[in-house]
Design a protein around this ligand. Sequence first.
Ligand code: MG
Length: 459
Amino acid sequence: MVLNSRRLFGTNGIRGIVNKELTPELTVKIGCAIGSFFQRGKLIVGHDARTSSPMLAKAVIAGLNATGCDVLFAGMAPTPALQYAVKNHKVDGGVVITASHNPPEYNGIKVVWNDGIEISREQEIKIEEIFFQEVAHYAEWKNIGEEQTLTGIIDDYIGAIKRHVDVSRIAKKRYHVVVDAANSVAALAVPKLLRGLGCKVTTINANIDGTFPARPPEPRPENLIELARTVRAINADVGVAFDGDADRSIFVDETGEIHWGDKTFALVEKFFLMKNPGEKIVSPISSSTLVKDVADAYGGEVVWTKVGSVTVSHTMKRLNAKLGGEENGGIFYGPHLAVRDGGMATALILDIMAYTNKSLSSLLGELPKYFIEKGKVECPNELKEKVLEKIIEQTKGLNTSTVDGVKIWFEDKSSILMRPSGTEPLYRLYAEAKTKEKAEALIHEFSLKLKRIIDSVRG
Ligand code: MG
């Protein structure tokens, strides 16, 4: 959220530090802008488990009502459950108060269109114009919107997910699943979903606590040691960890190994393509080449996008693609809803395990193996574009993509992505190769090249 540059929305809705950047007053005003954009429509509002979420939900509802919008208030729920509710109840849109995986002092506002998918950048700009030009349409006293309570959305969401998997086949396996709910909204839906799939469920960090006392709400491998240990200690079949609003899920196999999201996504992709050959698979350019390997082997076509979940959703919508996935654990299953959804992803993984009668470690072990290394090089914001032009110029003739930064694929299946950070004055590097040494060497080689280019541009 950068108010002085007249921008509210970032890559994933509006985000800010509570009561410093994102105050209740500002949130009422944002609610008025959103309400004016929806022109007296009916919206579902809900929120995550953060300490500030009920307060900010009330503020946004006040703004929506003031501009004549009716609100169905669904309370605390996973973001994908709220998104599904918008589609399921055929309302005009929705507002979700959440800062997803950010630290507890943050919160955010996500605006959803009537199909359950986040609004487009063009629509965000319309809301920003209303906000910054202060042209909200306040309703007359007799047309102020009403608020009603909406119950049952989590059960509806669970029911919808179950329709996309073979419930009886999964139930026969009696899988033991450990759920790490990050002390947040996953706890409200996922254990119940899994019990409905006949699983035995052990939960950790499943008490709702907006201070996130157990681990940061970002499901990065270093935050999931307790989950991995628990899976091993009780001989569970699988472990799954969620982020703060339960749209991302990261899996741990029965040996306690934690797997990055593009690997589990590639597994889902493989079985999806076996049943639906020829389909388009949407994934950000930062994902592993594994996604392409699987598509090549099983008759799919990968569409690489810019990094960001909203871009993946909108690309799926535009191309009528049914499957998308990110390396951070976002899986988008279009037949349910083209948004990332941790509960849906968990059901899909169990469905594959039951269908193949194989453990998660052996299923993932069958996929091509890659080693990933990351790096960063400092670069002043004002030079980023010039630097990018230079990189593109110098990599002409190679097998590249310039959809977001520059990615180069080499003959030996290794690759390097150099991408300017959207938030910090630096370039991020992602290398991937068949050996760890090669991935490290690529980071080293291209960090030097990038530094040289930055120096030359600096002049
Ligand atoms: Mg999230």
